[in-house]
Design a protein around this ligand. Structure first.
Ligand code: NIG
Ligand code: FE
Length: 411
């Protein structure tokens, strides 16, 4: 692989470090004016000035054209692989029906489960590839993908095998999460525990055998899974060697944040209704809050309390939650705009939330999420003189070039 030399940049902006950044340090963006960057073997080899021209060997040149270089965006929460869409339900919600009321009537996740069961591996793979290409155009270089629209052995494994095939095909890095515990399928109506046992006894062993998931996740919510059942289930996932996440306190405050802290999960996601005590405990045990403002926006719910969380010292990350129901969007520009204008994040905090802290939510902060020598060359160019335009020129996709491990994947 040839060296890649990036020159003519207006600026470079990044947080620094190999771990999540809490409190005020989330706002510590390191900015370099007119830097040159040399990429070698897919890694950031050197950050410097024009002297890098001599160090580069037979390099491919990328003209920065007065733009700004940022770390590639990391999306730590999506439901990437699914069949069908739910535009009718969206219209119902616009007319005032609630997400939970639609779900209780047998719509919602159950509808997508039926559609996903009907799709073949190839069909799901083709639509996943298309989505990943559009994500690269938004500057996303790493994306998490959950199962959970199968709720039976065959379809859960199909979704996870698709995610694995997407990871192997590249160019994006796809991080797989087993989320069989996303809802209770009709076959197990009223038998929640039996369903969780089925997932642990029948599906999990194959997930492990074929190395299909790095994380496990559960939807802890009223009318879905209780805190007690979630605790027992998450512990079994951990015993099997999975790292853990939770959909916590999204619609109702069930104490999901406290459970995440008690079990020291990698992340707790949503947290729209999370209480102060739960958040304090999360801070103590190092759980990363993954906030999903596009979902709150789509559900017309109040946004998560990002400002307060950051002031408490929590290293807030942001993700899209792309899925066909609660959030049929992976618009990074809209997500950043909501983070800044409705959740009180500074431009610096918003940038850290979609790079270093989201990398930490995927347990990858030692390798991706910042622009530092030795880290993977996952980079985006935005057509703006500084990173401040991410929030200022809101709602616009400023990304013109995306680079994954030194390879230009969108330009
Ligand atoms: O993260 N909360 C649960 N799961 C998804 C929604 C899934 C769906 O509606 O299809 C979420 O919001
Ligand atoms: Fe989700």
């Amino acid at each position: 692989m040839k060296d890649l030399l990036i020159k003519n940049l207006a600026s470079l902006a990044t947080n620094r470090g190999k771990g999540p950044r809490g409190g005020q340090s989330m706002g510590e963006i390191h900015e370099i004016i007119h830097p040159w960057v040399l990429v070698r073997d897919g890694k950031i080899h050197r950050i410097g000035g024009e002297e890098l021209e001599k160090e580069a060997l037979d390099a491919q040149i990328l003209d920065g054209e007065g733009k700004t270089l940022l770390p590639g965006f990391v999306d730590p929460h999506t439901h990437l692989v699914f069949g069908g869409t739910r535009e009718e339900e969206f219209s119902m919600r616009l007319r005032g029906e609630s997400y939970m009321a639609i779900m209780e009537k047998g719509g919602g996740i159950k509808y997508t489960v039926q559609k996903t069961r009907e799709k073949s591996f190839e069909e799901l793979l083709a639509s996943g590839k298309k989505t990943l290409q559009s994500m690269a155009e938004m500057g996303i270089t790493t994306v998490e993908a959950k199962s959970g629209y199968g709720l039976d052995k065959e379809t859960e494994l199909k979704q996870l095998r698709v995610a694995k095939a997407l990871q192997e095909a590249g160019p994006l890095e796809v991080v797989s999460t087993f989320m069989g515990a996303h809802d209770i399928p009709l076959e197990y109506k009223g038998r929640d525990r039996a369903f969780l046992d089925y997932l642990v006894e029948e599906v999990l062993p194959v997930v492990k055998e074929e190395n299909l998931a790095e994380f496990g996740d559960i939807f802890t919510e009223k009318n879905v899974f209780t805190v007690e059942d979630s605790r027992a289930y998450l512990l079994k996932m951990r015993e099997a060697g999975l790292k853990l996440k939770i959909h916590a306190d999204e619609i109702n405050d069930l104490g999901g944040a406290s459970l995440a802290a008690e079990l020291s999960l990698t992340s707790a996601d949503h947290l729209l209704k999370a209480n102060d005590e739960g958040l304090r405990k999360m801070k103590e045990s190092g759980v990363i809050p993954v906030l999903l403002p596009l979902t709150a926006f789509s559900l017309k719910e109040d946004f998560a309390r990002a400002r307060e969380m950051i002031d408490m010292g929590l290293p807030v990350a942001m993700g899209t939650d792309y899925n066909p129901g609660s959030c049929y969007s992976f618009s990074v520009p809209l997500m950043i705009a909501l983070g800044a204008l409705y959740m009180g994040m500074s431009p610096e905090e918003a940038l850290t939330a979609v790079t270093l802290n989201s990398a930490a939510a995927l347990d990858r902060a030692d390798r991706i999420g910042t622009i530092e020598e030795g880290k993977d060359a996952d980079l985006v160019l935005i057509d703006a003189p500084s990173y401040r335009f991410l929030t200022y020129h809101f709602g616009m996709n400023l990304v013109t070039t995306t680079i994954k491990q030194g390879k230009i994947i969108y330009n």
